[in-house]
Design a protein around this ligand. Structure first.
Ligand code: ZN
Length: 314
């Protein structure tokens, strides 16, 4: 049985796990991402977690990392990540220092790309699919004919920064623009948005979700709006890429009973005419991988090692 270490590095949490080539997650350590001391602090945390896992599993041969972006996967660098709370005008080398310190190959990519790879490997995403991650931010990972879709020069698409509500000056995004999808569809930002609308600042996404599950009419109304914005967001993505499936994952995806049916019914209306001729509306589902698609995708890359970048390049 082959084993690798998989890391899922987000703006809030860092998960590290040992994963087998059968997709079995053997052990996971989860900590809040240590971001207060910039890259040096985060690097120490990454190394410490990897070393802890390596003591128990010395046969590990590679490390796969899915990180919040923007980043450049093939160059192995972070590019001023939106949700890390730092400002860095220069790329930060991630892959090389980690690989050198641990003497193991490190494969590195955007967390949404990693999520779509995880869903393709162990979940419901086919070779033409998309994953939308609802974490601290909103990420979009795209597979086209089994390859990772990227933009110019290998930069990742940053679908979370599509502008949804330019007129809503209440929707601020860490990227610097107003009205981004990420500025309202991620759990953290939805909570802030509801806080501003209701004057009840400080409510967490979990509290808002709990209140809505208890049929609080005000919170249900905001989830109705959330469903509409999600439908607009997905319409843009579907129209551009025509995926077979869209899998929604990430911690806020667990609130799906409060928005997904309405989102789907709006999409049916939007695509009614075109769907009569060629079915373009994809299957939209919630990840069934128990929030482990990021770890599984990171492990998948680690098993591919150096070949990953070549093999999955369009
Ligand atoms: Zn943005």
């Amino acid at each position: 049985m082959k084993k690798v270490i998989a890391l899922d590095l987000g703006g809030t949490k860092l998960s590290a796990a040992v994963v087998t080539d059968q997709g079995k997650v053997l052990k996971t350590i989860k900590e809040p991402s240590h971001l207060a001391d910039g890259w040096p602090g985060l690097k120490q945390q990454v190394l410490r977690l990897c070393k802890t896992l390596l003591v128990e599993h010395p046969s590990v041969k590679a490390i796969g990392v899915g990180s919040a972006g923007p980043l450049h996967a093939e160059k192995g660098v972070l590019l001023d990540p939106t949700n890390f709370g730092w400002t860095s005008k220069k790329p930060i080398a991630f892959r090389e220092p980690i690989s050198k310190a641990l003497k193991l190959p490190v494969v590195f990519d955007n967390d949404a790309v990693v999520a779509v790879l995880g869903e393709h490997w162990m979940g419901e995403a086919s070779k033409n699919s998309m994953v939308v991650t609802l974490g601290t931010g909103v990420g979009v990972g795209i597979l086209l004919n089994g390859k990772v879709f990227r933009g110019r020069d290998g930069y990742n698409s940053e679908g979370g920064h599509l502008i949804l509500r330019p007129q809503d000056k209440d929707i601020h995004c860490e990227c610097g623009a107003d009205g981004c999808a990420e500025g309202v569809l991620s759990g953290v930002n939805f909570a802030k948005w509801v806080g501003r609308k209701t004057g009840r600042q400080g409510l967490s996404a979990q509290q808002i979700t709990d209140m809505a599950f208890k049929r609080d009419p005000e919170m249900l109304k905001y989830f109705e709006e959330y469903a509409e914005m999600m439908a607009q967001f997905l319409t843009g993505l579907i129209t551009l890429y025509y995926p077979n499936e869209i899998v929604i994952s990430g911690s806020f995806a667990q609130s799906h009973p409060l928005f997904l049916d309405k989102t789907k019914s709006i999409l049916k209306k939007y695509f009614k005419r075109r769907d009569e001729v060629v079915k373009i509306l994809p299957k939209i589902s919630i990840s069934k991988l128990n929030n482990q698609d990021g770890l599984l995708g990171a492990a998948f890359m680690a098993f591919e090692r150096k070949d990953y970048y070549k093999k999955y390049k369009i």
